[in-house]
Design a protein. Structure first.
Length: 246
C-alpha cells in the first residue's frame, strides 16, 4: 500500500461510479481517504466502485445526486458529511460531453451541458464550502482542453468548460485562504468501453508524448492537487501529453 497521505480525511467525487471519476475515487482511497461518490443512473457501477474502495480499507458510500439540482446537491453533501463526520476534498468530475454543429445546437442541449458542467460545480462548491473551510480543504474541478482550445463541433461543451475554468479562478480568490481550488484540463483520454473510432490513433499521433492519456493520468494529477502544497491555488493544468501545444 502506498503512503497514505490522506489517512483520516474524506472526499466527495461527483460522477465517481465509472470512467475517470472511478479512477479518481480509487486513487484517493489508495492514499487513505474515505470516499463518497455520486451517481445519477449508474447504480450498479457505483456499488462496484464502493466495494473496491472498501477493499482498500477505507469507508465508502454511493449517493444518488443530480448535480443540476440545488436540493439534490444539498442532500448529497449532507449525506457525505454525515457518513464521514467531515469533508476535506471535493472533486467536481460529473460532466456531459456532446458533439453538435454550432448552428444546430438547441437551447435544451445548451442548457443541459451548462447545467451539468458549470452550474453543478458551483452548487457543489457553494454547499461544501463551510465544511471545507473548517478543515482547510481542497477543491479540484475537472475541466477540459476544450475549455482552452475551441473545438468547432463541441461549442457548448467548450464554452461550459471555459466557464468552469474561470469559475475555478474566482473560487480560488473567494475561498482563500482556507480552501485551495485548482483545475485539471484533460486532453484526449482513452477510456475502457468507450468507442473511439479513428480518433484515438489520430490524437496519439499529434501528441508529443506519443500516446493518449489514461484515467490514471488524470487521477494522479488530482492527487497532486489534493496532497501537494495548499499554497498552490487558482491553477489550470492541462493533462494532455502536450497535445495543446499543437
Amino acid at each position: 500500500m502506498p503512503t497514505r497521505l490522506l489517512q483520516g480525511k474524506s472526499a466527495l467525487v461527483t460522477g465517481g461510479a465509472r470512467r475517470i471519476g472511478r479512477e479518481i475515487a480509487l486513487t484517493l482511497a489508495k492514499a487513505g481517504a474515505d470516499v463518497a461518490i455520486t451517481c445519477r443512473t449508474s447504480h450498479s457501477e457505483a456499488a462496484q466502485t464502493v466495494r473496491e474502495i472498501e477493499a482498500l480499507g477505507c469507508r465508502a458510500g454511493a449517493i444518488e445526486c443530480d448535480v443540476r439540482s440545488e436540493a439534490s446537491v444539498k442532500q448529497a453533501v449532507a449525506a457525505a458529511v454525515t457518513r464521514f463526520g467531515r469533508l476535506d476534498v471535493l472533486v467536481n468530475n460529473a460532466a456531459v460531453f456532446e458533439s453538435a454543429a454550432l448552428d444546430q445546437i438547441s437551447l435544451e442541449q445548451w442548457d443541459t451541458v451548462f447545467d451539468t458542467n458549470t452550474r453543478g460545480p458551483f452548487l457543489l462548491a457553494r454547499e461544501a464550502l463551510v465544511h471545507l473551510r473548517a478543515v482547510h480543504g481542497r477543491i479540484v474541478n475537472i475541466g477540459s482542453l476544450g475549455g482552452i482550445h475551441p473545438w468547432a463541433g463541441h461549442a457548448h461543451y467548450c464554452a461550459s468548460k471555459a466557464a468552469l475554468h474561470m469559475l475555478t479562478l474566482t473560487m480560488a480568490k473567494a475561498f482563500a485562504p482556507e480552501v485551495s481550488v485548482n483545475c485539471i484540463a484533460p486532453g484526449w483520454i482513452d477510456l475502457e468501453g468507450t468507442p473511439t473510432g479513428d480518433n484515438a490513433g489520430r490524437f496519439a499521433a499529434r501528441t508529443p508524448m506519443g500516446r493518449n492519456g489514461t484515467a490514471d493520468d488524470v487521477a494522479q494529477a488530482v492527487l497532486f492537487f489534493v496532497t501537494g502544497p495548499s499554497f498552490i491555488t487558482g491553477q489550470i493544468v492541462a493533462v494532455d501529453g502536450g497535445l495543446g501545444l499543437n
